[in-house]
Design a protein around this ligand. Structure first.
Ligand code: SAM
Ligand code: SF4
Length: 266
């Protein structure tokens, strides 16, 4: 489907949980965030219904995100159900990579096409500080496992504070060069302040070419990361929520005061 600004909407990003095993300093406070009650988190069957409906409206690209998608129990079952839907040409998952060593072969077998892995520093101390406790070696093993499993092309998301020339970013770039990985630099954003820019090497952040819808873990369709509007699948029904989200997708992002990265998935 096309929106009012003639943008083709074909990409659905799904946050399957707001929970995470890390606490990246730009994403979550150390003590965590108030979590969505378990009873409000969409069951897998409901997510699959949304994807099926979305495909009939022209969605052919789907990405699972979070929170950390790999902390939700049975994620491989969801992957298998979505992979079985005809019409999805690109099916990816964004992860911090810490649990990927175990999950990569399982996800590949379930039908996932590829993964994006977040890595902001390769220096173990810096990584631990940025993520408040993460072990970068786990991520390295996860990246290898993803390559071995064929979840390719493996892409690395690297959040930078000011520029892709800062020390950690340069080191991540060098690591990617040595390991034959694609890299995209994302400038640290603030949803509340409406502070966002385009993604270096990627296609996020350019409103005039935006093809995305988002689905939050509690069933709201968001047509824009930088806007408060959302359409509740439980109030409106799945199809109506999707259609309204497409028809009312804002021309440009401004501010989002109701969501945070950890519940909308970036
Ligand atoms: N936990 C997974 C991960 O870290 O890849 C998936 C969810 S995370 C919210 C998705 C992406 O959003 C990650 O690449 C993360 O670095 C990015 N992100 C989180 N907070 C951000 C912020 N304030 N500015 C820019 N990107 C951010
Ligand atoms: Fe967790 Fe990803 Fe947010 Fe880091 S960026 S705290 S890994 S959801």
């Amino acid at each position: 489907m096309f929106d009012c600004y003639n943008r083709k909407i074909n990409y659905l990003r799904i946050s399957i949980t707001d929970r995470c095993n890390l606490r990246c300093i730009y994403c979550m406070p150390e003590e965590g965030v108030p979590l969505i009650g378990h009873h409000l988190i969409m069951p897998y069957e409901e997510i699959v219904k949304v994807v099926r409906e979305a495909v009939t409206l022209g969605i052919d690209k789907v990405r699972l995100t979070g929170g950390e998608p790999l902390v939700r129990r049975g994620v491989e079952d969801l992957v298998a159900m979505i992979a079985a839907i005809p019409g999805i040409r690109d099916f990816g998952l964004t992860t911090n990579g810490t649990l990927l060593e175990k999950f990569a072969p399982i996800l590949k077998k379930a039908g996932l096409h590829r993964v994006n892995i977040s890595l902001d520093a390769v220096n173990p101390t810096h990584y631990r500080e940025l993520t408040r406790g993460g072990d970068v070696e786990q991520v390295f093993r996860g990246i290898e496992a993803a390559k071995q499993a064929g979840l390719t092309p493996v892409k690395i998301n690297c959040v930078v504070q000011h520029s892709s020339e800062e020390q950690d970013a340069r080191e991540v770039r060098e690591y990617c060069r040595m390991h034959n990985l694609e890299i995209r630099f994302i400038h640290q954003m603030s949803l509340e302040d409406g502070c966002f820019t385009t993604v270096e090497n990627g296609d996020g952040g350019d409103c005039s070419r935006c093809s995305r819808l988002r689905l939050t873990a509690n069933g709201k369709i968001k047509p824009c990361l930088f806007n408060d509007i959302e359409f509740d699948i439980h109030e409106l029904g799945i199809r109506e929520a999707l259609v309204q989200a497409i028809n009312l997708k804002p021309e440009k992002g401004t501010v989002n005061t109701v969501n945070a990265f950890n519940n909308i998935g970036g």
